[in-house]
Design a protein around this ligand. Structure first.
Ligand SMILES: Nc1ncnc2c1ncn2[C@@H]1O[C@H](COP(=O)(O)OP(=O)(O)OP(=O)(O)O)[C@@H](O)[C@H]1O
Ligand SMILES: [Mg+2]
Length: 451
């Protein structure tokens, strides 16, 4: 396959001369000015090299170079300069030009330099892909699991990471969605760029929008100073929109536009800002179901779920439990002076037969607690927390007597069990927010640690 080259020059004769010379070995496109050059680059992603005159009416070659490199950092660029503009061209090397040639163009030189620039680019691309192969092992190493379901997740991460495609990560709380989002970033060519996470559920309406899009001074009452939004902060990197199901209908509309055009305005401003971002979203509710219920825009859903990664609840892949336990045990033993050396088969069996409503997060916390409280040696049945050792009782129709708090705790744990460990559903059944539920569960965990 021939490499594609774009030739930009306002002089028709020069343009055609070069096009004829290079047309033998390359696929050539021409443009008479910067504006049409950008259009050509947009239209043809296969263009690998741009050859541009410096002095042109309208935007000059240097401005074109900057715009083109911003659009496509991988593009090789050679500038053509008349005698008087050599200094400018040298300066342009700093802006990403690979080489420059002086006019009138020596056609043999032209051919050589183009071949050289393309070769350098190909080598660089190879280095990037080799590096990302190394990183693949690194990024995925944080995620443990050998079950078929997790193997599928690994494959999807590897396929999706190097692309620009938007990814939706779905799964119950504590299944590793944030871990997957990080892996997608660190295995991409944006790994050196920022990873910006936004907790959508934590902020409502205007606050979330100002967080995402930024605002101008005075855009609303509290906007005392201009502020850069997260979309701008994530330029060149990845933005992770966590709990995406929680955003309001009006923010959904704005987000749809960002997904479609990669552009937006700060609140209180009419200036359109373009960003180069990879969008990854996560959700612990069934987003397709919310679409069916009319609570989430269908068009936005499809834009987000270009690639859909689903993380199964831990109880659906109990085979992963021993590996996870060993991993966390090693991690926490090392952090606590290595007194704990392992776990007995009987204790492991208990951990394997528990339901883990809080999924991997709960398992990790349980192992940490066991390691910290153990006197040393092998963890045994006696080290396993009570509620894991004895399966929860069914919901009592008459709540046990006791303090109000104990009753509340029994009820919450029973409903959580009934909801199959799904925290969102349990919170709904209880009529409290997920946040409140977590706060209470945290409290119970600390209490039981103290006793
Ligand atoms: N497969 C896994 N291997 C190793 N650690 C894991 C795995 N899955 C989750 N964890 C760990 O469990 C904890 C919870 O994971 P994470 O925060 O990614 O969950 P989440 O799906 O984003 O949960 P939530 O919906 O509550 O935000 C983290 O400490 C994470 O490192
Ligand atoms: Mg999370």
């Amino acid at each position: 396959m021939k490499a594609s080259i774009l030739i930009v020059d306002d002089e028709k004769d020069t343009r055609e001369l070069m096009a004829r010379a290079l047309g033998v070995d390359y696929q050539v496109t021409t443009a008479p000015d910067a504006e049409l050059a950008i259009k050509a680059l947009e239209a043809d992603p296969s263009i690998a090299l741009m050859l541009s005159d410096v002095r042109m009416p309208g935007a000059d070659g240097i401005q074109l170079l900057k715009a083109a490199k911003k659009m496509r950092p991988q593009l090789a660029c050679i500038l053509l300069t008349a005698f008087g503009t050599v200094d400018l061209a040298v300066e342009a090397m700093k802006d990403g030009a690979d080489d420059f040639l002086t006019k009138p163009v020596d056609l043999d030189q032209l051919d050589l330099r183009v071949a050289k620039a393309l070769k350098t680019r190909a080598l660089e691309a190879e280095v990037v892909s080799l590096r990302s192969e190394l990183d693949v092992k690194h990024g995925l190493a944080d995620i443990t699991g050998t079950s078929e379901a997790m193997q599928k997740v690994f494959r999807l991460i590897q396929q999706a990471a190097p692309t620009q495609a938007t990814v939706l990560i779905e799964g119950p709380s504590g299944t590793g969605k944030e871990l997957v989002a990080h892996a997608l970033h660190s295995l991409s060519q944006r790994a050196n760029g920022p990873f910006v996470a936004v907790e959508c559920a934590a902020l409502n309406g205007n606050l979330l929008e100002s967080e995402l899009f930024g605002h101008e001074k005075g855009a609303f009452t509290d906007a005392v100073a201009k502020r850069i939004g997260r979309f701008e902060a994530a330029d060149g990197g990845t933005i992770f929109l966590d709990e995406i199901s929680e955003i309001s209908p009006s923010t959904q509309v704005k987000l749809l536009r960002v997904l479609e055009t990669r552009s937006f305005e700060r609140l209180g401003s009419s200036e359109t800002i373009k960003t180069d971002i990879r969008i990854v979203a996560a959700c612990n509710r069934d987003l397709a179901q919310l679409v069916r219920e009319g609570k989430f825009r269908e068009d936005l859903y499809y834009r987000l779920a270009v690639i859909d990664i689903r993380l199964p609840a831990l109880k659906e892949r109990p085979g992963d439990i021993p590996l996870l336990v060993m991993r966390f045990l090693t991690e926490f033993a090392a952090a606590n002076g290595n007194r704990v050396t392992g776990i007995t088969p009987a204790a492991m069996k208990l951990l394997e037969s528990y339901d883990w409503p809080g999924n991997v997060r709960e398992l990790r916390n349980a192992v940490e607690r066991m390691v910290v409280l153990s006197p040393g040696g092998q963890l045994d049945v006696g080290d396993v927390p009570d509620h894991i050792r004895t399966p929860a009782a069914p919901i009592p129709s008459v709540l046990p007597a006791g303090t109000l708090e104990a009753t509340e705790k029994a009820k919450i744990l029973a409903v959580l069990e009934q909801a199959g460990g799904n925290h969102s559903r349990a919170a709904q059944l209880l009529g409290i927010s997920r946040r409140t539920l977590y706060r209470k569960l945290d409290k119970y965990a600390t209490e039981s640690q103290q006793t």
